[in-house]
Design a protein around this ligand. Sequence first.
Ligand code: MN
Length: 208
Amino acid sequence: MEFVLPNLPYSSNALEPYIDTITMEIHHQRHHGTYLANLKAALEKYPDWASKEFEFILANIQQLPEDIRTAVRNNGGGHWNHSFFWPLMTPNSTKQPVGKLAEAIQKTFGGFEAFQEKFTQAALGRFGSGWAWLVWKDGQLVVGSTPNQDNPLMDISEFKGKPILGLDVWEHAYYLKYQNRRADYIKAWWNVVNWEQAEANFLAAQRA
Ligand code: MN
């Protein structure tokens, strides 16, 4: 994941009617674009840091120079989270987990519906802006959430692990279509989850 805005792996209207076109365009170009621009501006002041692996930077937020620490936490998190999020959606969702991840979800949560309920509660229960996550931690699947643009790779995160699935629950992700109805957005989002990408993330997390 470099410091560039990734293209969406589908057209901006591809996730209709679940995620509307205008939201996708503003979310990707303006919100994600701004996080990236702000991240680059912060790192520009410290070339030694700018040359490090992105995930190393996120895992060492506390070591960053104080004057860019908050900017990198917020905007670096914003860039990583959104870059991770876009490929986790597809207009051709299998609607169900696949492969080894499906087996692990069955084993850990007792079934897909029980997992969906737990993840949905994490997404609904995150007060204000943040993300819901499924991570791999200490050989286990774990569901949780983070505030703002924090993510489970960060040393300062209250919830840690290797991300497998993530859901943006900032209002900018759903307000145009769903207004204050976060539950309706989450319910719709399940229709566009890219389970093949989630499984690839799962396999990569186990190798790491
Ligand atoms: Mn967002």
